[in-house]
Write a new protein. Structure first.
Lengths: 150, 112
């Protein structure tokens, strides 16, 4: 992604406690925001999917049982791209370091884990991770499809 | 997330899901699927009411399909909307969980 940046046209954010109701709250927030911003349908779905993967992982793996843990999402929107930052105060973990998920050949050898990370890698246009000030910070960018649905 | 179920002719168990298969939706259906995979050998899952499918929801489906396959049974999912179908295909899950277009195809496949 270019580092010379115009300021975004719109920004929004939400902070969530690490419990089961939070992803429902995230999705209600995002659906409304996508509508308000007029996000293209494909972009909206891709961003929502990745937010679900990142926030679910943070809640389930990173924050499990940690009192006072938080996940927060920031969204920035430009005319043709969207950037989201998912921050969590959980166990330091870089999802981009995880080994590539290899699809199983048949149902009996299917392994369940790693799918969420694979989805984020494949669905986003770019992904970056850093750990700073006690937080995992995952930044995902999404370019709008240029010529109709992908 | 709503889950409806019925037993069809030939002992085929049909589950119809409605709503998002996000973290909360998946948590809601998980106990029912866990129970069903211990009991049933022919399961079809109608996804036409699922407007959003995340990997946590895929996990429920994959675990059910595996549990049933381990017992010598068959499971098929059908009626997936565009975005969920795309996720099932891009992750390769459609190669391990039988994905068909409609109920007739699902019944035909699990009935074999």
């Amino acid at each position: 992604m270019p580092t010379d940046e115009r300021p975004p046209d719109a920004t929004a954010g939400i902070a969530l406690p690490p419990d089961l109701a939070s992803v429902t709250a995230l999705n209600a927030w995002f659906d409304r925001l996508a509508d308000d911003l007029g996000l293209p349908k494909d972009t909206a779905h891709d961003v929502k999917l990745c937010l679900n993967e990142a926030v679910t992982n943070a809640i389930v793996h990173g924050l499990g049982g940690v009192p006072g843990g938080r996940v927060s999402v920031e969204l920035e929107r430009w005319p043709d791209r969207t950037r989201v930052r998912i921050r969590d105060t959980g166990v330091p973990f870089n999802p981009l370091d995880a080994p590539r998920h290899v699809p199983a050949e048949d149902i009996l050898s299917a392994k369940i884990g790693g799918l969420g990370i694979a989805i984020m890698r494949e669905t986003s246009s770019s992904a970056e991770y850093r750990h700073a000030e006690g937080e995992n910070i995952l930044t995902l960018s999404f370019l709008d499809a240029q010529d109709g649905p992908r | 997330m709503k889950l409806n179920h019925e037993t069809l002719d030939g002992g085929i168990y049909r589950i119809a899901l409605e709503g998002p298969l996000d973290m909360a939706g998946s948590a809601m259906i998980d106990p029912h699927f866990a129970m069903i995979t211990e009991k049933e050998k022919r399961l079809i899952v109608d996804l036409s009411g699922v407007d959003f499918l995340a990997s946590i929801g895929i996990r429920v489906l994959v675990m059910a399909a595996r549990g049933i396959a381990e017992r010598g049974g068959r499971m098929a999912v059908y009626g997936a909307q565009e975005a969920p179908a795309k996720v099932l295909k891009s992750t390769g899950v459609d190669q391990i969980v039988k994905l068909v277009d409609d109920e007739a195809a699902a019944i035909a496949w699990v009935g074999k």
